[in-house]
Design a protein around this ligand. Structure first.
Ligand code: ADP
Ligand code: ADP
Length: 225
């Protein structure tokens, strides 16, 4: 129903790099792993889906929403955690979440308080909600990144290499949050860690040089190779 459908998506940068070449992928609700080496086109694909960048041709649809032409509509149902989420000012996690919630249009105070509290609990940050983000560990920062990405209760969540630099405990915490979300959300996880995709994802694709090399079920695909 709310699956993400990418058809023949192509992008060539002005320097001539073919970052995306006829990418076609159907991504259902669940956790989708996007694997590929550096330079494969993962970030270009994610930014295009997230309406942050233009494609040259092709289409991206989430249910009825055309992501390339109805950017505003898509953004209402999108959560995005970029590779470097660099917002760590000297204010508390709770205060920043409130500010970001206002920016996302959650203007009623009571509603905002409920949403912010729920997200602080969901991301295990409630105990540290009064601490400054600038003092957060890498794992805490990534969990804050998830909390901010979930403010608008997205139907599509994009996370770009979220566990780089996290220790195994933090990594598991982070993935547990994502797994729970993926029960009713399209979650796209870009990574170069094959084992993570095998463990977590219901579907996956491997891209290289802007092209889809393989797509399907991780257990079948990865055991073949
Ligand atoms: P990634 O870690 O996803 O491989 P990079 O480190 O290659 O990303 O790129 C970081 C930023 O620099 C991105 O915003 C990307 O769009 C931009 N970038 C990457 N390659 C080039 C390039 N050849 N020319 C201009 N900008 C680039
Ligand atoms: P990945 O995220 O898989 O590392 P990217 O999407 O960042 O791949 O990059 C795909 C290709 O496009 C790479 O060759 C990269 O150098 C190039 N590229 C990325 N961003 C830009 C940009 N803004 N301008 C020119 N080339 C870019």
């Amino acid at each position: 129903m709310n699956s993400l459908s990418i058809s023949n998506l192509s992008k060539t940068y002005s320097n001539g790099v073919n970052a995306l070449q006829n990418i076609t992928l159907d991504i259902p609700v669940g956790m989708f792993g996007l694997l590929g080496p550096n330079g494969a086109g993962k970030s270009t694909l994610m930014r295009t889906i997230a309406t942050l960048q233009e494609a040259d041709s092709g289409s991206v649809k989430l249910g009825d929403i055309d992501a390339l032409t109805q950017k505003h509509e898509l953004r209402k149902v999108l959560g995005y955690l970029p590779q470097q989420f660099g917002l760590y000012p000297k204010i508390s996690a709770e205060v920043l979440l409130h500010h970001l919630a206002v920016l996302k249009g959650i203007t009623k105070q009571k509603e905002r308080r409920e949403i912010v509290n729920a997200l602080l609990h969901k991301t295990n940050l409630y105990e540290v909600k009064n601490q400054n983000l600038s003092g957060f560990s890498g794992g805490m920062k990534q969990r804050f990144g998830i909390a901010q990405a979930l403010l608008n209760n997205p139907k599509l969540l994009i996370v770009d290499e979220p566990t780089a630099g996290l220790d195994p405990v933090e990594r598991n915490r982070f993935y547990n949050i994502l797994s729970e979300l993926s029960e009713n959300t399209v979650v796209i996880l870009s990574t170069h860690i094959v084992d993570d995709v095998k463990e977590l994802c219901t579907n996956m694709a491997i891209i290289n040089k802007g092209e889809v090399l393989l797509k399907g079920n991780p257990l079948e695909l990865i055991n073949q190779t």
